[in-house]
Design a protein around this ligand. Structure first.
Ligand SMILES: N[C@@H](CC=O)C(=O)O
Length: 312
C-alpha cells in the first residue's frame, strides 16, 4: 500500500536519492542490482527514492522499462520508504504512465521538467491539473530548464494534487519568493543536490536531492541533521566536502562542450567505488574516459578521507 499525502510530505523533508538504473554493456537493465542498491541505501537510513526519474536516465527508458524499474524499486523497499516515480511527455502518455505506476503502488509522481520547445506557464499548470485528475497519488513537479515567474511557482503550489516541488534553478532568491507567495502545505525540495542545500534551506526548502549522497548516503543524512538543528557551520563543512566530486560531475568530459555530460557516469562510478552497483550508461550519455575514471577514484578517496574526519 502506498503512503498517504501527509506521509509523502514528511518523506520529502529529508534526503531524496536517485535510484540510478544499472545497465549491462548490452544496454539491458540489471534489476537485481537496482534492487540491491535500493535496499543498501534504505539500510543506511535513506527513506526517499526517485525511481525512473532524472539521474535514473528517465529519457533513455522505454515506457515499459520505466514501469519495470518502478516495480523493482517498490518491491525491493519496505513499506515506509517513499518511492517517487518519474513521469513526463505528452498528457495522454503521462496519464497512462501514472495509471501504470498506481497499479504498482508508487507513493508519488515525480513530474519531469517539460520536454517541449515552446510552452506557456498557464498551459503547464493545466498539464499538472490534467495529470492530477487521473490519480489520487500526489504529484511533485520538477522545476528545471526554464525560468518561470514567481507567480507561476505560487500557482503551482495551489494545484490540489501537488504536495511538493523539486526546485532546480540556480536562483535562491526566486525560491524564497516562490515559497513566500505559495501555499503553506507544499514541501520544497532542493533539486540541485548538496552544493545548494545550505542556501536553499535558508530560503525555506525542507529537503534536498542527493549528489554524492547517492553513493555515500551518510553525508546527506548528516547534512540534513545539521540543517535541521540550525548548525550552519557543520552544514557548510559537510556541503564543502561534497564540492570536489560534485564539481567533477559538472564537467564536459572529452570531445564535448555540453556541461554536466559526465554527471550520471560519475555517480555510477561513485556507486561502484562505494561497493554498490553502477553499471553502464545509455546514449546520449557516454561512459567516463580512462583519465576521468582515474580522477574519479582520486576524488572518491579524498571524499572518503573527508567523511572519516568529519563523520567518522
Ligand atoms: N540530485 C540530482 C538531481 C536530481 O535528480 C543530481 O545531483 O543530479
Amino acid at each position: 500500500m502506498s503512503l498517504s499525502d501527509q506521509q509523502v510530505r514528511s518523506r520529502l523533508r529529508g534526503v531524496a536519492v536517485g535510484l540510478l538504473t544499472p545497465f549491462t554493456d548490452e544496454n539491458e537493465i540489471q534489476h537485481d542490482d537496482l534492487a540491491e542498491n535500493a535496499r543498501e541505501l534504505y539500510d543506511a537510513g535513506i527513506r526517499t527514492f526517485l525511481a525512473a526519474a532524472n539521474i535514473s536516465e528517465y529519457h533513455s527508458l522505454a515506457e515499459n522499462e520505466r514501469a519495470a524499474v518502478v516495480e523493482t524499486s517498490v518491491k525491493a523497499l519496505p513499506s515506509d520508504a517513499c518511492v517517487l516515480a518519474g513521469v513526463g511527455g505528452s498528457t495522454a502518455g503521462a496519464k497512462e504512465l501514472i495509471r501504470a505506476y498506481d497499479r504498482l503502488d508508487a507513493d508519488a509522481m515525480m513530474i519531469m521538467p517539460p520536454d517541449h520547445t515552446y510552452m506557456h506557464e498557464q498551459g503547464l499548470l493545466e498539464y499538472y491539473r490534467e495529470l492530477g485528475a487521473v490519480t489520487e497519488t500526489p504529484l511533485v513537479p520538477y522545476v528545471r530548464g526554464f525560468d518561470p515567474s514567481v507567480e507561476y511557482l505560487a500557482r503551482l503550489t495551489h494545484i490540489d494534487s501537488v504536495v511538493g516541488i523539486k526546485y532546480a534553478l540556480k536562483d535562491p532568491v526566486k525560491l524564497g519568493a516562490g515559497i513566500g507567495a505559495g501555499a503553506d502545505d507544499v514541501v520544497w525540495v532542493d533539486g540541485l543536490a548538496e552544493p545548494f542545500a545550505v542556501s536553499f534551506w535558508a530560503e525555506g526548502a525542507e529537503g534536498f536531492s542527493a549528489g554524492v549522497s547517492n553513493f555515500r548516503p551518510e553525508i546527506g543524512l548528516e547534512l540534513y541533521d545539521a540543517l535541521s538543528a540550525g548548525d550552519w557551520e557543520r552544514a557548510c563543512q559537510l556541503r564543502n566536502i561534497c564540492l570536489p566530486y560534485q564539481n567533477f560531475r559538472d564537467e564536459t568530459g572529452q570531445e564535448n562542450e555540453i556541461e554536466g555530460a559526465i554527471s550520471v557516469s560519475a555517480v555510477k562510478k561513485g556507486l561502484e567505488l562505494a561497493g554498490l552497483n553502477g553499471g553502464s550508461v545509455r546514449e546520449p550519455i557516454r561512459p567516463l574516459a580512462e583519465e576521468e575514471e582515474r580522477r574519479a577514484e582520486r576524488l572518491y578517496d579524498q571524499l572518503d578521507d573527508d567523511i572519516e574526519s568529519l563523520i567518522g
